[in-house]
Design a protein around this ligand. Structure first.
Ligand code: ZN
Length: 151
């Protein structure tokens, strides 16, 4: 007799996202994200690729429609959750994993400061945002204004 579809176990995660999920739990960034989700009153549900979706984020920082802490992806109330934006945020989750978790926050802040200095915004020359995909993250690339190209 065929199993009822709702009884089926969910499809197994591919190795990469499965490792990322475990490692971001162990390095404590996913637990940190869940604490932030709880404190800020977000609803949390399971998303694709081992991600957790925290919706209804209203605190003023960080600005932008979405951001990621460990494997937890936060969305402001009017941000549409599109596959493209999810792919962008999933790359940030992978960046957390490569940076062993919490150091990512420091490295990201440095990269955002460097971008701000050069272009006037925190994303255009931020290596992490460029790697995750600027336009997929909702950013427009701004021209480099410092250091200026020599005439
Ligand atoms: Zn991003």
């Amino acid at each position: 007799m065929p199993e009822h579809p709702s009884r089926r176990r969910p499809a197994r995660l591919p190795a990469g996202p499965a490792l990322r999920r475990i490692w971001n739990a162990v390095n404590l960034t996913t637990p940190l994200g869940l604490v932030l989700a709880l404190a800020s009153g977000c609803a949390v549900e399971r998303g694709p690729l081992g991600l957790l979706l925290a919706t209804g984020y209203r605190w003023p920082v960080p600005d932008g429609g979405a951001f990621t802490v460990g494997n937890v992806v936060f969305f402001r109330p009017h941000t549409p959750i599109t596959p493209r934006l999810l792919a962008h945020e999933a790359r940030h989750a992978t960046q957390y994993a490569w940076c062993a978790g919490v150091p990512f926050l420091v490295l990201y802040a440095v990269a955002a400061g460097w971008s701000l200095l050069r272009t006037g915004d925190t994303a255009s020359r931020n290596v992490f945002e460029r790697h995750a995909g600027l336009t997929a993250g909702g950013y427009r690339e701004r021209p480099v204004r410092w250091p200026r190209a020599s005439a």
